[in-house]
Design a protein around this ligand. Structure first.
Ligand code: IVH
Length: 670
């Protein structure tokens, strides 16, 4: 049991950690912790938020389905949300899942539910939209609400039918794109030969292949798609059970795995898991567990969903594989966001068929907790084929203590600050290890909008030594770029023009472009509104910053430390000297303050599709609105969902302004 303060602190830590790991996983495709550990963080956070809903943050991952939408592809809104599954790792968890279902349905605890069991494919979730049998759109899951339009790439996959066998009107097929084990080995061999870094696992390879800008590359990548469900569909498709749905999809031409089995009772699902574990290694593709789904569709509907996961389905994941090895050295890598990650260099050890040489130690807290140092014998785990990690010390070596991370950045020698569990290099604008990511962000569309300065161009310019920080961009000149591989005279001209154009930019974009930690577009807008220009922001104290509505202490501290690092200030001054001249765009007062919600009073009644009442109320409070407890004459808005209660009747009587869920969403977005 935690006290309030501890609970809030832990919720904050977990929210930051999960958001960070989500970003590494989905955006950088470079996870630094195992799936198992990640799920552990999610679980702990969900439990704490359940107990202390008042501390759940607006940016809590529990409000999203996971994932992120990249800017590379145009965006596609899914017809219905693409949900994710809750994960279980033990028989007991699975038995609990079955118990919860029976309790929810009011069944006897001895009753046996019919389950349909499937493999849990370890790839990338996609949606295929068919209109009158023709494939018209294919997208990634993204954040579950909006994904990326990758139609051209999905069309290259042979197991994705371009036309269904039968016209059943509108159909949204959902499934997983995976790369088989052979294709993965071949691809990595080729990448290593060409001097490229190999993909960490088939899942990353599949995801990288689908999110290629050149579909020719995708077509050479041995990808396979398996269907496992649907989103919306027209009335022509009728089915009473999950297995009937799968059979129908199969008869339409969708690739359905042949291991699917319908079982009676949760024991049957556990047997399925044991059987699949035995054939796992012999399968041509990677799986990371099984998925157990209630077979009866009516029951599925009754069970519904909770925090973006269906109550009627769960993943039962294989546990990780572990072996013992020794730590011969500890290397420090500096990530693109400046975080120092200690990595154990191991005596090579074979874990489940893969030779492991490196394992993450995560951070100083973990090292201290586990008391790890060079020379120790340790237990190493490789789960779901992500980066292996050191679990615990088996026996200490010569050094009795725990390894200590350096206080200077190993990449640029700048001071390190301790930021929660993270050790961070604050030399954000010129540390060579962070610089590529920083420059790409600086030049991105929503920041300085320098067209032509994307990841590839930045890679080349930094590797050629032409730019070492964002200021160097403005010193590029004719002849620097044109002769480089992949550039011509024309692209050089275009890039130089785009750079020139970027000098005239609105102040909020400029602040956002600086890549200050926690300062996204919204906070950048607030900073400009409250402080006006960079100098005022720079001179503000942590208290000044944190006391402003919508900013808060953590963000305040991050901004403050950014401006205490001299090299950051020098670069900003340099940008002004070369002619970058941000102007203050008109930020309408209400917008910066919280849209049409600021200062208004609300009451909620009924059920909403996209948020719970608690979520809506918290949102209103965070945006500067008031939530009232009782209906009274002076209310600005009564937001009514489905099946509204007595508040609705009272609001009608008082002739109050009653709005629906969509009206409310418009108000928030104003
Ligand atoms: S059903 C209604 N079935 O696991 C629930 N998902 O976290 C939607 N996955 O995003 C998922 N194999 O990418 C389902 N047989 C299977 C699956 C499967 C893999 C993935 C899917 C989803 C994730 C769940």
């Amino acid at each position: 049991m935690k006290n309030d303060l501890e609970a809030k602190k832990r919720i904050d830590e977990l929210t930051d950690a999960v958001n960070y790991h989500n970003y590494r996983y989905y955006m950088l495709e470079d996870p630094v912790i195992s799936d198992y550990e990640f799920d552990g963080l999610i679980k702990e956070l969900a439990e704490l938020e359940d107990e202390y809903p008042q501390y759940a943050r607006e940016d809590s991952p529990s409000k999203r389905i996971g994932g992120a939408v990249s800017e590379k592809f145009s965006q596609v809104k899914h017809g219905t949300h693409m949900l994710s599954l809750s994960n279980t790792y033990s028989k007991d968890d699975v038995i609990d899942f079955d118990g919860r279902i029976k309790r929810f349905l009011g069944y006897d605890i001895d009753a046996e539910i019919e389950y349909e069991c499937e493999l849990k494919f370890d790839g990338l979730a996609v949606e295929l939209v068919y209109e009158n049998a023709v494939l018209v759109q294919g997208s990634t899951r993204g954040d579950g609400i909006t994904g990326e339009d990758v139609t051209v790439n999905l069309r290259t996959i042979r197991t994705v039918p371009l036309r269904l066998y039968k016209d059943i009107g509108h159909l949204e097929v959902r499934g997983e794109v995976i790369m088989d084990k052979n294709g993965f080995k071949k691809l990595n061999k080729e990448r290593i030969k060409n001097g490229l870094s190999p993909f960490a696992n088939p899942r990353n390879a599949a995801s990288g292949s689908i999110r290629q800008l050149d579909s020719k590359i995708t077509s050479n990548r041995n990808l396979v798609m398996f269907g496992y469900g649907i989103g919306g569909c027209s009335k022509e498709l009728t089915f009473k059970t999950q297995i009937e749905l799968m059979d129908k999809l199969k008869s339409l031409g969708i690739n359905i795995d042949k291991n699917i089995r319908v079982v009676m009772g949760i024991r049957g699902a556990l047997d399925f898991f044991d059987d699949i574990a035995k054939i796992r290694d012999a399968l041509p593709f990677e799986i990371d567990g099984i998925v157990i789904k209630v077979n009866d569709i009516l029951l599925q509907k009754q069970l519904g969903e909770i925090s973006k996961s269906p109550r009627w389905a769960a993943a039962y994941k294989f546990s990780a594989k572990q072996e013992i090895s020794s730590i011969v050295d500890i290397e420090i890598s500096v990530g693109r966001t400046g975080i120092l990650t200690p990595v154990a260099i191991l005596d090579p050890v074979n874990i489940g068929g893969v030779v492991v040489r490196r394992a993450t130690l995560h951070n100083q807290d973990e090292i201290n907790k586990k008391n790890i140092d060079i020379g120790d014998r340790v237990l190493v785990e490789r789960s779901g084929d992500v980066i292996p990690e050191v679990i615990k010390v088996i026996s200490k070596g010569e050094r009795s203590g725990a390894f200590e991370l350096p206080d200077k950045c190993p990449c640029c020698r700048a001071d390190i600050i301790i930021d929660g569990a993270a050790y961070r290099c604050m030399n954000e604008l010129s540390c060579p290890c962070q610089i590529k990511g920083i420059i790409v962000h600086f030049a991105s569309k929503r920041a300085m909008d320098i067209e032509g300065l994307g990841e590839k161009a930045v890679d080349k310019l930094v590797d050629a030594g032409l730019i070492k920080n964002v200021l160097d961009i403005y010193y590029l000149k004719r002849g620097d770029i044109g002769s480089m591989d992949g550039f011509g005279k024309k692209s050089e001209e275009n890039l130089l023009n785009a750079i020139e154009k970027s000098k005239n930019i609105s102040y909020d974009r400029f602040i956002y472009a600086l890549g200050i930690r926690h300062v996204g577009e919204h906070i950048a807008g607030l900073l400009v509104k409250y402080f006006g220009d960079v100098n005022a922001i720079k001179n503000a104290t942590i208290e000044d910053l944190s006391s402003k509505f919508g900013i808060g202490e953590e963000i305040g501290k991050s901004i403050y430390s950014f401006f205490r690092e001299e090299s950051n200030v020098n670069i900003i001054n340099g940008l002004f000297e070369v002619g970058v001249a941000p102007y203050i765009a008109d930020v309408p007062k209400e917008k910066a303050d919280g849209g049409g919600v600021f200062g208004k009073s609300f009451i909620f009644t009924g059920k909403f599709d996209d948020f719970t009442r608690d979520e809506a109320e918290r949102l209103v409070k965070n945006m500067g609105g008031n939530v009232e407890k009782a209906v009274k004459k002076k209310l600005d808005y009564v937001v009514a969902g489905s099946n509204p209660g007595s508040k609705y009747d009272k609001a009608l009587k008082l002739h109050l302004n009653i709005i629906n869920e969509n009206d409310f969403k418009e108000l928030i977005n104003k």
